[in-house]
Write a protein that binds this ligand. Structure first.
Ligand code: WTA
Length: 650
């Protein structure tokens, strides 16, 4: 249910904040009327450039072509490190909280700079050059940030692969962009479990001809197989170089690529979202500063993993570019118990805390005691990201975690957008539980109907598009510009289509209602139905599968799979297990289906297209509103499907 409550801007923010309500209005107006003027001023104020740009913006959404700050030279690692050395050399850049409570490491800006320089020199000594691709498959340890920044320093393009992904998923990503070097660790630790990262990497590398070297970080005492000539212990390789080598920051063009990050779409394999240097860094620097109303003394913690875009933009690049102290968390919110986040807040005196609704829901279920037994007086601002937050979870976060003092910024954005596009500003925007509220500077959202007509006015709903470029937007799908055009710009010509449904209320506030395409958002993780279905079929047990999102109390969306078994396969528990196992191996444990239903056929049109609308309705338990089934080749499958789902939930 929608909450009608409005939470005003707290006094503590209103007057002191970077952006007050009046300033928001004025700056937003300017950013839309004179985008080039607005963004070039921000770029000069917030970043250090080696050489100025010759043209602020070149764009067309047909090609599509998007270029920001063309001709400008800039180095991301210098902006995140070198420029802070004079005044912030001894300030903590990273506070690392390891898997076990109290296992921590603090890395100052000076130390981080040294490590990044040493690693940059090491990469160069291994022959990595500007434009080369480097894969990073690491746990949440400072070395992950070091590896990213070292790539940025020499102009190499990193692609971080979430350490929970399988060997196959890692292999496909490495091969899609032809990585020359891989960073991994002997093992990762997540709660009570050790994750055999090097072993998984070896399995992947059996089919990755482009990889020349593997740098292995020693996270635990575990010994692992090392392939001579290819694999190097990271610590030994650094020691061997002994601080020698070339660590100078490469002069990088604003439009040179910074990273590729794979994400799921409605069709086919995950695509390599490519971000470039100047515009991306500006977007994350500005949004991190204003959305979190950053102050010099803040201890900021984003609990996301660097394997996702949130970790890129708001654990590493945004905070470090702003000279902030960023807390990096290796473990999970329920280890050793559901009070871990708040115990960590107490111990590190965290002032800004940013996490996902799925974690909030999971923790709320465990009871308030886990929160209230820890001192949260250091907190002043809370944030959420990744999926719509239901008002109940929002209110719990606000009242119980934030003691009703801390505003909540519900930040809407995507891997593709690079940084937050729609969010409250804590000193400017009254909040409503469940609404991402208003567009940030330079963001021009529009709602369109099914035919692509713009829906004007307030109190309306439609599909969310953006009609003007912003500096941090993705530039292409790596190696497949046509897919970029198709996916985002062909549905509604002249507009960038987000894939999300959205409502704009009477006050002009935006409420994201979730994906309207075949992308699922499971516990804040993006998964495509096509890749899930193909993984299920790979089990060898299933002839055909269709996957839909189903309501899930904690994850927001769960995965429901309708499976037509192969002729001789029994519809029993061991088949279910086999299917789940296949998905874990092909993609990741995070993609394991929550419900599997065996059916004799899928609802298809006479031309053979699966009618997902029907499956979605059934999966949502709306058995009586599946709609018109007369166009199906065999309408009788519908009642069988309803029965299967009903029986499983009885
Ligand atoms: C969803 C994560 C509602 C949305 C940064 C989007 C949200 C997808 C919110 C992108 C939010 C993200 N409210 N929905 N505050 N933030 N989403 O690429 O459906 O992993 O399209 O980026 O998450 O997921 P991605």
């Amino acid at each position: 249910m929608e909450s009608r409550q409005v939470f005003p801007v707290p006094q503590a923010f209103g007057s002191r904040a970077h952006i007050t309500a009046e300033r928001y209005e004025a700056l937003y107006r300017e950013s839309v009327q004179d985008p080039e003027g607005f963004w070039s001023r921000q770029a000069k104020e917030l970043l250090s450039w080696k050489e100025p740009w010759s043209k602020v913006l070149t764009w067309d959404f047909k090609g599509p072509t998007i270029r920001w700050f063309e001709g400008g030279k800039i180095n991301v690692s210098e902006n995140c490190l070198d420029r802070h050395l004079e005044h912030r050399g001894s300030k903590p850049a990273i506070i690392w909280e390891g898997n076990e409570p109290g296992e921590t490491r603090t890395v100052s800006y000076r130390e981080l700079h040294e490590q990044v320089c040493a690693t940059a020199a090491l990469l160069r000594s291994l022959g990595v050059r500007k434009g080369d691709r480097v894969a990073i498959y690491l746990p949440m340890i400072p070395e992950a940030a070091v590896a990213m920044l070292a790539c940025a320093r020499i102009g190499a393009i990193h692609t971080v692969v979430f350490a929970g992904f399988s060997a196959e998923a890692l292999r496909d990503r490495i091969n899609d962009c032809g990585c020359a070097v891989l960073f991994t660790a002997n093992e990762g630790l997540r709660g009570p479990k050790a994750i055999p990262l090097k072993e998984t990497a070896d399995e992947a590398l059996a089919e990755c001809p482009s990889i020349r070297h593997v740098l292995v970080v020693r996270r635990t005492a575990a010994t692992v197989a090392m392939t001579p000539g290819r694999d190097l212990w990271y610590d030994e390789a650094l020691a061997a170089l002994g601080g020698a080598g070339d660590s100078r920051p490469e002069s990088v063009d604003a439009e040179d690529p910074l990273f590729i990050l794979y994400t799921s779409g409605s069709t086919g394999k995950p695509k390599g979202v490519l971000h470039t240097t100047g515009g991306y860094l500006l977007q994350v620097t500005m949004t991190h500063r204003y959305v979190f109303d950053l102050r010099e003394e803040d201890v900021y913690c984003c609990a996301a993993d660097v394997g996702w875009v949130t970790g890129h933009s708001y654990v590493v690049y945004g905070p470090l570019s702003n000279g902030a102290t960023t807390v990096m968390f290796e473990s999970v919110p329920t280890y050793p118990d559901a009070g871990r986040y708040w115990e960590m807040v107490e111990r590190h005196r965290i002032s800004i805390f940013y996490t996902a609704p799925t974690a909030i829901r999971a923790l709320a279920k465990e009871g308030d005691e886990f929160v209230t037994r820890h001192d949260r007086s250091s907190l002043r601002l809370l944030g959420t990201v990744g999926e719509p937050i239901n008002p109940d979870a929002w209110l719990w976060y606000h009242h119980v975690v934030g003691e009703a003092r801390c505003p909540i910024v519900d930040t809407w954005w995507q891997t593709e957008t690079g940084g937050v596009l729609i969010s409250p500003l804590p000193g400017a925007t009254p909040t409503k539980p469940g609404s991402a509220t208003k567009p940030l500077f330079g963001v021009q959202p529009v709602l369109v109907d099914d035919e692509g007509r713009e829906i004007s006015g307030n109190g309306v709903r439609g599909r969310l598009c953006i009609k003007f470029p912003w500096p941090g937007m993705m530039r292409t799908v790596y190696g497949d510009h046509e897919r970029f055009r198709q996916t985002y710009f062909s549905m509604y010509p002249g507009l960038y289509f987000t894939g999300d449904g959205c409502r704009r209320d009477e006050d002009g506030y935006y409420w994201i209602t979730g994906r309207v395409d075949d992308v699922l958002n499971v516990a804040g993780h993006r998964l495509g139905t096509a890749e899930l279905e193909s993984a299920i079929v790979r089990s060898g047990l299933v002839a055909e599968a269709a996957v839909v999102g189903i309501p899930h109390e904690i994850k927001g969306q769960g995965i429901g799979a309708f499976c037509v078994l192969r002729g001789d396969v029994a519809a029993d528990a061991s088949t279910t297990k086999g299917i789940v196992q296949a998905v874990r191996e092909v993609i990741s444990p995070i993609a394991a289906p929550d419900s599997i239903w065996f059916v004799s056929g899928l609802p298809k049109t006479r031309s053979g297209k699966v009618m997902r609308r029907i499956l979605r309705k059934v999966g949502e338990g709306e058995y009586d509103s599946v709609g018109d089934v007369t166009t199906l080749a065999d309408p009788s499958v519908v009642s069988e499907i309803i029965q299967a789902v009903r029986a499983s939930r009885a």
